[in-house]
Design a protein around this ligand. Structure first.
Ligand SMILES: [Cu+2]
Length: 273
């Protein structure tokens, strides 16, 4: 009995306190972690203050002979002032601070889209239940015959290079989530959404769908492979050659493709980004 209790406590604690978030391998992921750590710390302190005061008052004012309970309506001026002060303290020390941190991060990083020739552009179209990924091809334009379509659920990017993604779903709302990059972005029907990130390390990372999108949501799993720039180019070139042999943009819709990747998608790149 004792060991069962101990192991239950142990797994509860390890679930809550000791599971580390996945290692952050992105340029700006630390900003997200900072906001989370700040919130966790302040909330833990306030929680401790509330619980300790509660225990103190329970013991201090417990029912015992010679003490009579007093009915308190709680509408004296002091209570109203205390409530307002506490409310503002919480608001200014948590909400206002994380709002300020978030806007700074958006301005400095997430809304500050990289420009320049080295930027890798990718179009992503999630569908029930897979990730479709497209690159512009040699001409540099999307929705043209030489677009390179990755095998479903396989996204490759070069390391130390900014990657801008434009995303639109084929069917319902999905959310593109790469835990190792602290990137989580909704894909909303009728909208093209843009975001960017940069990998600091190479490796293979999981892409998850973070929006319950149907019965197969659990298996909507993709992989992000971060290669050296040379390997990335070689991978693209290999795909391009394979595609040149097998398909022709003008044939889509006529020829059945059994790979599960819809061929008739893609959009001209939104130049504002
Ligand atoms: Cu999904």
């Amino acid at each position: 009995m004792g060991t069962l209790f101990q192991s239950l406590i142990h797994s509860a604690l390890s679930g809550i306190w000791f599971i580390k978030p996945p290692q952050d391998v992105s340029l700006d992921g630390y900003r997200i972690d900072k906001v989370i750590h700040y919130t966790d710390t302040v909330v833990a302190i306030y929680m401790a203050v509330v619980v300790l005061s509660l225990v103190y008052f329970i013991v201090r004012y417990r029912a015992r002979p010679g003490h009579k309970a007093v009915y308190e309506r709680g509408d004296k001026k002091i209570y109203i002032v205390a409530t307002v002060v506490l409310g503002f303290t919480v608001f200014f020390s948590i909400d206002a601070v994380i709002e300020a941190m978030a806007f700074k991060d958006l301005k400095e990083a997430f809304w500050n889209f990289p420009k320049g020739a080295n930027v890798v552009r990718v179009e992503v179209m999630p569908q029930q239940f897979a990730w479709n990924i497209r690159y512009a091809g040699p001409d540099g334009y999307f929705a043209t015959d030489d677009d390179i379509i990755a095998p479903q659920n396989q996204m490759h990017i070069p390391v130390d290079t900014p990657v801008v993604v434009q995303m639109a779903p084929m069917d319902v709302i999905h959310t593109f989530y790469i835990p190792h990059f602290r990137i989580k972005q909704d894909a909303t029907p009728g909208m093209i959404t843009s975001f960017w990130f940069q990998a600091k390390e190479s490796g293979k990372f999981e892409i998850a769908c973070a929006e319950l999108c149907g019965n197969g949501h659990y298996r909507m799993r993709g992989f992000l492979t971060v290669d050296s720039p040379e390997d990335f180019r070689a991978w693209l070139e290999e795909l391009r050659q394979e595609q040149e042999e097998t398909d022709d943009w003008s044939d889509w819709g006529e020829e059945e493709d059994d790979s599960g990747v819809p061929q008739d998608w893609g959009w001209p790149w939104n130049k504002k980004i």
